[in-house]
Ligand binder design. Structure first.
Ligand code: NI
Length: 204
């Protein structure tokens, strides 16, 4: 049942230069080589871009929801046993901390498991973390396009202990976007909420 962690050093030439990508592997995937997860180098502004998805209220939305205030964007899935809940809690804590300092931060959680994460499932999930968190899902190809824009890699992983017999492997970066919807920086899992808020200050 427990997820086995594999740290794979994936060298990425993104905006900030070389980054480490943290991969989560389930037991069925432990033998596979993560080198297939190498991200392409596409230069400046490589992270982020257009998407069309459905929010947790069933409304069709696009990337314009990121405009007007800095946002935190995270990709994952609601059945995730550990990484996603931890990171969404960090996001919520960062938003509350920012509010205390007079800064409004958008919180966006995008599912990479749209087959199970319907808008109703997303609604119940995001509301448990923060009243202002937006949950996004969509058609399989819409989610794939959004993930591609954000250089998020994911795949189904057969796991008999998981609901419906599968879990999802996925990259666990948390993205900070500015008030124009442009990529600012990324954080690896378990970044301190105070550090996140510091990075977003002055970006509204
Ligand atoms: Ni996860």
């Amino acid at each position: 049942m427990r997820i086995v962690l594999t740290l794979a050093a994936v060298v990425v030439a993104v905006v900030l230069g070389v980054s480490l990508s943290l991969w989560v592997f389930g037991p069925q995937q432990g033998q596979q080589n993560a080198s297939s997860g190498t991200l392409p180098s596409t230069g400046v502004a490589a992270i982020g871009g257009a998407f069309q998805l459905t929010d947790h209220t069933g409304r069709q939305v696009d990337d314009s929801i990121l405009l007007g205030k800095p946002s935190l964007v995270y990709f994952g899935f609601t059945f995730c046993p550990d990484f996603c809940p931890t990171e969404l809690s960090n996001m919520a804590a960062a938003a509350d901390l920012a509010s205390e300092q007079g800064l409004d931060i958008g919180l966006v959680f995008i599912s990479i498991d749209p087959e199970r994460d319907t808008p109703d499932v997303m609604a119940e999930y995001v509301e448990a973390f923060h009243e202002r968190m937006i949950g996004l899902t969509g058609e399989v190809d819409q989610v794939a396009a959004a993930a591609k824009a954000y250089k998020v890699i994911y795949r189904k992983n057969r796991n008999p202990d998981s609901p419906d017999g599968y879990a999802m492997d996925h990259t666990t970066f948390l993205y900070a976007m500015d008030a124009q919807g442009q990529f600012l920086k990324h954080f690896t899992a378990n970044t301190n909420p105070e550090e996140i808020v510091s990075a977003l200050k002055g970006q509204s």
